[in-house]
Design a protein around this ligand. Sequence first.
Ligand code: AMP
Ligand code: MG
Length: 334
Amino acid sequence: MPRLLSISDPNAITDAVRLLAAGRLVAIPTETVYGLGADACSGEGVAAIFAAKGRPRFNPLIAHVSSLAMAEEHAVFDPVSRGLAERFWPGPLTLVLPAREGSDIHPLVRAGLPTLALRMPHGAARDVIQALGRPVAAPSANRSGKVSPTSAAHVARSLGEAVDLVLDAGSAGVGLESTILRVGEDRIHLLRPGGLDVAEIEAASGLPVVAVGEGSAIEAPGQLRSHYAPDGAVRLGARSVEPGEWLVRFGEEAVAGEEKAAGISQLSAARDLREAAANLFAILTELDRPDIARIAVMPVPDHGLGMAINDRLSRAAAPRHDMHDADAFIREED
Ligand code: AMP
Ligand code: MG
């Protein structure tokens, strides 16, 4: 069982920060549900979230901030989004914004998307983030497919040893997740209804809020595609390299033809799935270049985090015209 510490314990915040800074997981009470937190800038920490949840895919995570200034370091705010943040933060409102170039939030948090979801929570969660000085990535602290936890004991039962510390603040008041929005030109897209009432958002912004699906899509498929897959064709399960292909390695074993490869990237020399998960999106982004026409990826074992890695790789390798899967990918929840 993980260690439980009451948020009224004088060591609660410092212990949580020490673990997060070391790339470990801490379950943190928020006004919605208990979150499974990691340092959003740590690839090891963020990969550990997916491993602990036992999730078969990568979905983008909400990065939690302690101030608007911290949020602006990592995303580009339009005036409407900034107004909503000023009015409703801290609170159950998540804004999806263009990620800021140079942000050191790990790419696995965005699951390779050009956008970043940000929220400022109340109370102990905000204190932890402020003390850490960096955003905390946190989905609900349950194993994938199980209900969102509203008590520390519930978290401990669901995640066990996968989480290093659970901060206990009694039962989460609301039990409702945050409302997720993306501000558009003349309307606001509702990506997920939640704890903040849509009527309040309309009143504050003067813009209509439309559920995604009712109005226009949130992202043009063309925009998304270039972030879901590199420019070049992707070949999976490669045990040899054709001349001119770019090789993506998993492990150090010799691969026939590798001396003729256009270049080589390494997911994990040690064949560590957590390391590979942390490297995956950075590698796919690096290889999204017009001069790289063909990419060969060595086989990755299909268990644990390897399932999520293979899911993403198979999307990168899929024919490029069908965007339905990509849509399901960003809107799926756990
Ligand atoms: P949870 O962490 O359980 O509250 O779920 C996070 C939700 O935020 C999921 O529904 C994600 O799909 C959504 N989300 C996170 N980042 C983005 C993004 N960049 N674009 C759209 N949706 C996002
Ligand atoms: Mg959840």
